[in-house]
Design a protein around this ligand. Structure first.
Ligand code: SF4
Ligand code: SF4
Length: 447
């Protein structure tokens, strides 16, 4: 069975919520919309205090090509435009809406009817991309890169295939898995739309073989969708990394940055994003809700919730049985790549794939010991880097050494830190070093 060749680890899966069907989370009393829910320029508000909005009303418009609009997920009144500390830990400008009722924009098709591409032969590639852009779709696996940008290959490049990332290799998370079981046709129409948008006739859906039910269902359903093939993959973390997925599915290796997946002919989209693309193009529905896994060993009802963007995380925790008494840490995302949240007032955003509650014991970090030069981190690194060296260079603020050793290629997967017998905080140091080196490179290039 296929997988990527370099590095990788096998953390415990802990997919407690895999059997929990997606259920709707309740409406919040107040929804908070960060203007920084995507990579690129923040969105620009187009509403003011006191404005009345519906579900689906645009609150803020895209500010440039690498930017997307933000839409309201609730109906009610704009109470203020202020700032919140979001999942990134930074204070960001945000729009606050006090919820009244649940009135949707009439242009959104709320019927459950499946709309297939053959019913809309008039949809051109440009029209598909334009609808995706207008709906504010970003990479929902956590990357939050504007989708329309990825679907507009740069000059001199040509897409050859679409690869859907349905790997969900982060332990604990099951939102994508449930979506595949519950919305397979919508996802397959979404893949057809992406294929048409980038002008290819081959689409792969990469799924790890710890989800045999999703592999079987989508393989069967895909028979009705020309050019789409499900590719079962051997379980290995971080197979959901773009480069690792491309290598696993096609055998092609994406060169070091600034090369992109498109340079080997691949356009990769997450499966949740693919569903959102279906809804945007075929149902005229902006991205204002998403499935998020709320889980942890001590969580009473580990769940997959369809939550409106802007809902405070605290509400989702309550809906899953409340905060376990001995909670030591709350992570936005999965345990490998997620980030600890500062507080539970952080709102759900477009990139929120999971909320993981760890006990004091699970969250406790062991005292780091000296490096024993075992090279386990080197063996685990899927990018072929030397993590111990990058971590040391970063800790010593030796940015030149870090850059020379390709710190910018790090995908922040955490495999190095996971595997280190000396419990060294490798990822923390490498992440900090990568951010600094990238800023230095940007400053150098701007001169
Ligand atoms: S150095 Fe970066 S890419 Fe390599 S294992 Fe560590 S976090 Fe992953
Ligand atoms: S895994 Fe840890 S102890 Fe081993 S070489 Fe890497 S940093 Fe050192």
């Amino acid at each position: 069975m296929k997988t990527f060749k370099i590095g990788g680890v096998h953390p415990s899966e802990n997919k407690f919520s895999a059997g929990a069907p997606v259920r709707r989370a309740g409406l919040p009393k107040q929804a908070v919309f960060s203007l920084y829910q995507h990579i690129g320029a923040p969105a620009k508000p187009v509403v003011a205090k006191g404005d009345v909005v519906k579900v689906g009303t645009m609150l803020a418009e895209a500010d440039g090509f690498v930017s997307v609009p933000v839409h309201s997920s609730v109906s009610g009144k704009v109470s203020k435009i202020d700032a919140i500390v979001d999942a990134s830990g930074y204070r960001r400008p945000a729009i606050f809406v006090d919820v009244e009722g649940d009135e949707w924009e009439e242009s959104i098709d709320r019927t459950p009817d499946l709309v297939t591409l053959d019913r809309h032969p008039e949809l051109t590639a440009e029209e598909i991309v334009s609808r995706i852009k207008a709906a504010g779709i970003v990479g929902m696996g956590g990357a939050t890169f504007p989708c329309h940008v990825k679907l507009t290959p740069p000059k001199g490049t040509k897409a050859e295939c679409v690869i859907i990332n349905a790997v969900e290799c982060e332990p604990y998370l099951t939102a994508d898995h449930r979506l595949m079981l519950e919305k397979p046709d919508e996802i397959l129409v979404g893949v057809s739309l992406i294929m048409k948008a980038v002008g290819v006739n081959k689409g792969y859906i990469g799924i790890e073989n710890n989800k045999p039910d999703a592999i079987a269902l989508l393989t069967e359903k895909a028979k009705a969708y020309p050019g789409i093939e499900v590719v079962p993959l051997r379980v290995k973390y971080p197979q959901g990394g773009e480069k690792q997925l491309i290598a696993a599915v096609t055998g092609r290796e994406v060169p070091a940055p600034p090369a992109l997946p498109i340079h080997v002919g691949a356009v990769v989209q997450n499966v949740g994003t693919t569903f959102a693309i279906y809804e945007a193009v075929m149902k005229n529905k902006p991205l204002f809700e998403r499935v998020i896994t709320v889980t942890g060993k001590d969580v009473k009802n580990p769940s997959n919730l369809l939550a409106r963007i802007g809902t405070p995380m605290a509400q989702l925790v309550e809906e899953c049985g409340g905060m376990p008494e001995d909670t030591g840490k709350v992570i936005g995302g999965g345990p490998m790549m997620g980030k600890a949240l500062m507080n539970l007032e952080v709102p759900v955003c477009k990139g929120s794939s999971g909320l993981l509650l760890l006990s004091e014991k699970e969250a406790r970090r062991m005292e780091p010991q000296p490096c024993i030069r075992c090279a386990k981190c080197v063996d685990a690194c899927p990018m072929g880097l030397e993590p111990y060296l990058l971590a040391t260079a970063s800790a010593l603020r030796n940015w030149e050494l870090a850059e020379e050793n390709h710190i910018t290629s790090c995908i922040e997967c955490g495999s190095c830190q996971y595997t280190c017998p000396s419990m060294r905080p490798i990822l923390d140091n490498v992440r900090m070093g990568k951010t600094t080196v990238m800023a230095l490179i940007r400053a150098r290039n701007a001169k």
